[in-house]
Design a protein around this ligand. Structure first.
Ligand code: GAL
Length: 421
């Protein structure tokens, strides 16, 4: 009798232990659904899937709906999100860039819940860099949880191919213009480009090189006009750079432009470091030997950053499940499961760098000692209104190549959308 009792007790104790994950959170606490909305579909999916797997381990009774809308930089997802938010049908949690995309759009429209108490409970005000917390906060609250730091200004190449073609990675645009004819002669596209949002992406690196970081910051603070000499100069340089890109750019995804570099059809591609995730996680290439990187011409010592984050929209159907989701993605464990696959570095200052590859280690070092500026193409410096209008300015420029006209139009949309206000 006594033995049977102890046996039963042992079974019960084991069962309780098994149901308590390492984090100490009881696994069976939550039920129902959790809909996570993002543009991390297909090739962009593995990092998010790793995070969802962890969530399911912690909360096995929650059904996670991984709602993705394909399209790099959220070109399609953001439009779907807007319809849902305005139609009173918010997802439980959605991907949004730290900075003006969050603050100047959804916070301004009073659609987000304040996460200050969650930040306090989790000790995140100490775990995340102060500058980043400022970017996701206002005097009324803190509005999202950052999951990473991506670098926008990176130039990718395959070292063995450059050797074969007799060129090296350019430090300045003059270096690039000197190398480009040599590449063309060998039937190689000097710079691979994809659909229009990647033109915005290229533009920000070219503009940063052309005007320098102080002017870049001044532009977004409303202290330098977009149609100033510096503003026009950026479009002029951009027009010159475009002469060395592929003609079929508008029909390619960012991954297809990266593929051109991998396959040896193009020498360089300027893309954010989600390309490092794609090259290592999807393509299985080793950083350093399989693929190489440098800051795009003229941006050495500068780190143009962006951060993906998730928030809690007002009226989210499964609020408790979202809080658990946000708690996971802001944790060291969640962040270090996500970022090594994504190509980004952790937004936390205490991440375990031994879990990251050589590319990420170099990005982490640069983030620590470079001049940091914000990305336009990925939501840091401008609100959604400006971004939508800027897409039209870009389309116009790609057709006309008229730098004066583009700079004037950019100034008009800056005023219209309250840039620097
Ligand atoms: C960015 C986003 C990255 C990556 C990229 C390509 O806007 O921050 O995480 O998804 O778009 O789609």
């Amino acid at each position: 009798m006594k033995r049977a009792y102890f046996k039963l007790l042992a079974v019960l104790v084991t069962a309780v232990f098994l149901s308590v994950p390492a984090t100490g959170v009881f696994a069976k606490d939550l039920t129902g659904e959790l809909e996570i909305f993002s543009w991390w579909a297909g090739d962009e999916g593995p990092a998010l899937e790793a995070l969802i797997k962890l969530y399911k381990q912690r909360h096995p009774n929650v059904t996670v709906v991984n709602a993705t809308v394909t399209g790099g930089s959220g070109v399609n997802a953001k439009a779907v999100l807007k319809t849902r938010m305005l139609g009173g049908d918010p997802p439980d949690s959605f991907q949004v860039h730290a900075g003006q995309e969050l603050i100047g759009t959804w916070v301004k429209a009073d659609r987000m819940e304040d996460l200050t108490s969650l930040f306090e409970k989790q000790g995140w005000n100490q775990a995340f860099p102060e500058g980043l917390v400022k970017l996701i906060g206002t005097d009324k609250g803190i509005w999202s949880v950052p999951v990473n730091i991506h670098r926008s200004n990176v130039c990718w190449y395959v070292p063995a191919n450059l050797k074969k073609w007799g060129v090296s990675a350019p430090a300045s645009w003059d270096d690039f213009f000197a190398a480009a004819p040599k590449l063309k002669q060998q039937g190689v596209v000097p710079l691979a480009l994809a659909q229009n949002w990647t033109a915005n992406h290229l533009w920000e690196s070219v503009a940063l090189a052309s005007m320098g970081p102080d002017n870049w910051d001044a532009l977004w603070a409303g202290k330098l006009a977009f149609d100033s000499a510096e503003g026009v100069g950026a479009w002029e340089l951009f027009g010159k750079v475009l002469e060395f890109t592929n003609d079929d750019a508008s029909s390619l995804s960012w991954q297809q432009a990266t593929d051109m570099v991998v396959d040896g059809r193009a020498a360089f591609n300027i893309m954010g470091d989600w390309a490092a995730g794609y090259l290592s996680t999807t393509k299985g290439l080793a950083p350093g030997s399989g693929f190489g990187w440098v800051p795009p011409p003229g941006t050495g010592g500068m780190f143009m950053f962006l951060a993906d984050s998730f928030g809690l929209p007002k009226g989210a159907p499964h609020r408790d499940n979202v809080i658990a989701w946000l708690s996971l993605l802001g944790s060291r464990e969640g962040s270090d499961a996500f970022n090594p696959l994504k190509g980004s570095i952790s937004a936390r200052t205490d991440s375990d760098l031994s879990q990251y590859n050589d590319y990420a280690k170099s990005a982490a070092a640069d983030f620590g000692n470079n001049r940091i500026v914000g990305s336009l193409a990925h939501g840091v410096t401008a609100n959604e209104g400006f971004m939508n209008d800027f897409a039209s300015v870009m389309e116009m420029f790609l057709k006309s190549k008229n730098a004066q006209m583009a700079a004037k139009a950019a100034q008009q949309i800056a005023v219209k959308n309250g840039i620097g206000k």
